[in-house]
Design a protein around this ligand. Sequence first.
Ligand code: GLN
Length: 482
Amino acid sequence: MTRDRQPSASSTVPSIRATRQAIREGNDSLEQVVSRCLAAIAAGSDINAFITVFDEQALEAARRIDGQIRSGTAGPLAGAVIAVKDNIAVKDCLMTCGSRILHNFIPPYDATVISRLQEAGAVIIGKTNLDEFAMGSSSEHSASGAVKNPVAPGHVAGGSSGGSAAAVAAGYCHAALGSDTGGSIRQPAAFTGVFGLKPTYGRVSRFGLAAFASSLDQIGPLARSTEDLAAVLQVISGHDPLDGTSAQEPAPDFSASVASLNGKTIGIPAQYLGEGVQPEIAAAVDAAAEKARSSGAKVVSVDLPMTDYAIATYYLICTAEASSNLARYDGAHYGFRAEGVRSLEEMYTRSRSEGFGEEVKRRIMLGTYVLSAGYYDAYYRRAMKARSLIRRDFEQAFATCDLLLTPTTPTTAFRSGEKTTDPLAMYLSDIFTVSVNLAGLPAISFPYGRDDQGLPIGLQCIAPAFDEISLLRAARFFEQNG
Ligand code: GLN
């Protein structure tokens, strides 16, 4: 393992704070910053990080916010340039979810996270590429083509928020929003060497996020530093009456999270370091644990015995929910409709057959099967029981420690095309991330060194519900003590 804590690609933008400072002092303007971001996006078009770029719209917003920064009336995120995964609604702008079935869908409203970002003074620069409907681990299942990893040519950027991760890693923006149903923020963050945080279920409103698996989905930020990550999380967090599952829990001051692990007990789950974990990643966990220990943390081994069942449980529940959520794409309500149909049934069948890609169809079929009358008890009900036991595993672990430290992924970024024809291999790459969603917990992926090929390694910290502060403190500690 080699050490490299610098951003992996040359950055067009420094931190949000530094950008704002430069604008306030008259050394830069947000209009210039956004122009540089747009130029970088255009120059890196082979990365395919974006589905839609908001050129004019972003420049116009930048000019307005420049004025506010100079007059001292700007919001807390003024100066920030943010990219948004294309399954989150931005009013009057194309939202495809990486699917042919939504090739022409223009939402008439903003997601709550978008209105909050805009009110706080952030510029939204565009919509990022993703696996269709956020189903995948490599961002290769997109109607807009595969995303490439900007820090590792020939390798995937991870998924499903691969476009968001690539945009941040390549320095096209300060931060990006992703969605995480089973790892889709953390895994691409790990593969591209950036920070990614999956908040507690209910911490961030899902209003305006195209539903994949509603009991697991959560929007969260990706950024190149914990400071920028915390700044974005601050603005998007908090109760939203438009989302029935939104928590009442008020958001604490995330920026106040100092880098310290002193006095903390960190649990390392034995099941997360077994067979199949790339040796350099296991070594990175050891190195991080040693750093924590030498600065006053206690490191203990914990047990998460249900880990073996996590992938099966996750794929039963997420496909069941997806089969129901995706029923609305029927050729009548939204987007794509097959041409030349002669009956209502043919319209449904052909619009869905031609509009959805392979992976989405596989999941709709699997989900419909596990919910069907004859198999509901054998599969869906069992999966719900296993989900309770997975939640209990974490509760028991957190009785003896404050935080868990694990690899984010068993391997570093795999090669493009390596797993597209082998769904099971693709699914197994989520082994360390899915349990967190099943339990509704918050988790962060932070970069920690590189493997022998120079590919970024990501480690994960998991905390009890609503304790994102501890995640940010831990990640900040490792950011400073690589
Ligand atoms: N890779 C996982 C899946 O394919 C997770 C996806 C996600 O978090 N959106 O379902």
